[in-house]
Design a protein around this ligand. Structure first.
Ligand SMILES: NC(=O)c1ccc[n+]([C@@H]2O[C@H](COP(=O)([O-])OP(=O)(O)OC[C@H]3O[C@@H](n4cnc5c(N)ncnc54)[C@H](O)[C@@H]3O)[C@@H](O)[C@H]2O)c1
Length: 303
């Protein structure tokens, strides 16, 4: 694929897709949308009971087209096995959603973050994406494509940081930058493989992200007292944003979000997101501030 030619679209009906972090929230909604459109889906997730439940429920309307593979995205052997099992099950792969992600834990100020907060959050959100790319892209290139790798970033970090989520924002800035570099290289590579960066948007998202610590490994727990907070729940976030803005925030429809993600992946857009006008306006303000040598504005959710 070259930068000037329109990419060959991917037909989801009959395609094979992998969704990491597919047992819950946005990933699960993407898996459901792919199945509705006739794809075969490998759901990969670290949380085994949630994975089993998701596969059973998703499989009820798509018999034989969905399998679950318990995977820790930070473990390269496990991700290699995920790729091998996908090729064994389906003979190839067309769409890879590298979507698994976590927050950094108990919130707090940048200087209250512990090394283990960094290790866990960047381990899953950044190293996990890197391992996914290293295991899947060479196989996709060898098969020739067309295929698409979609990296879930966040406007928090990928566009501008939410000041109260410094580590998470840093992780998402990293994967946005990495995905851009990935696509620049894929455009020069043999084989029709593309990359997309997906910014979930359209309102606050009621997903498992606010209880991400349920999957935090023992060896990466906080060592000190930290902020003494367990992290913000979704209800607390809604309350905080309502108080800060004076109105009830929009709550995103995960089904609609998944349709946007799957449409964008199949169309093979580099950026997959809604509300791009507001995003572009914020980026202009940021560029102008940087041009003046000033601190650029933050993502407004940090109010
Ligand atoms: N919820 C939001 O407001 C929001 C906004 C922008 C971006 N995102 C991003 O969307 C993605 C999905 O998050 P979500 O909001 O649906 O949260 P979620 O907790 O509902 O889903 C994340 C999934 O990732 C899995 N996971 C966690 N660690 C893993 C690991 N090491 N290996 C494999 N799987 C692992 C979890 O078990 C869970 O099923 C994340 O990358 C997140 O950063 C979320």
């Amino acid at each position: 694929m070259t930068g000037t030619n329109a990419p060959v679209p991917i037909e989801p009906d009959g395609a094979t897709a992998v969704v990491t972090g597919g047992a819950s929230g946005i990933g699960r909604a993407i898996a459901a949308e792919l199945l509705t459109r006739g794809a075969r889906v490998v759901v990969a997730d670290i949380e085994e009971p949630a994975l089993d439940r998701a596969v059973a429920e998703l499989g009820a309307q798509a018999t034989g087209r969905v399998v679950g593979v318990r995977t820790d995205v930070t473990d390269e052997d496990g991700v290699r096995e995920l790729a091998e099992r996908t090729w064994e099950w389906s003979g190839g792969c067309d769409l890879v959603f590298l979507n698994a992600g976590v927050t950094s834990g108990g919130g707090g100020l940048p200087w209250q973050q512990e090394p283990n907060d960094w290790r866990w959050c960047l381990g899953v959100n950044v190293v996990g994406v890197g391992i996914g790319v290293s295991e899947f892209v060479p196989r996709l290139l060898a098969d020739g494509g067309p295929s698409q790798v979609v990296v879930t970033s966040s406007k928090d970090g990928g566009i501008a940081p939410v000041a109260t989520a410094a580590v998470y924002a840093a992780s998402k800035a990293a994967v946005t930058c990495f995905t851009e570099a990935l696509q620049l290289n894929l455009e020069r590579a043999d084989g029709d493989v593309g990359a997309s960066v997906f910014y979930p948007s359209g309102g606050l998202m009621d997903t498992g992200l606010y209880s991400a610590a349920r999957n935090r490994p023992e060896h990466l727990q906080r060592q000190g007292e930290g902020t003494g907070r367990a992290g913000t729940t979704f209800d607390e976030l809604v309350e905080r944003v309502t108080k800060a803005t004076g109105r009830t925030p929009r709550i995103a429809d995960l089904g609609e979000l998944a349709r946007i993600a799957v449409d964008g992946a199949c169309r093979r857009s580099f950026v997959i997101a809604t509300d791009l006008d507001a995003t572009a306006a914020l980026l202009h303000e940021r560029a102008e501030a940087i041009g003046r040598g000033e601190l650029p504005p933050a993502h407004p959710i940090g109010l």
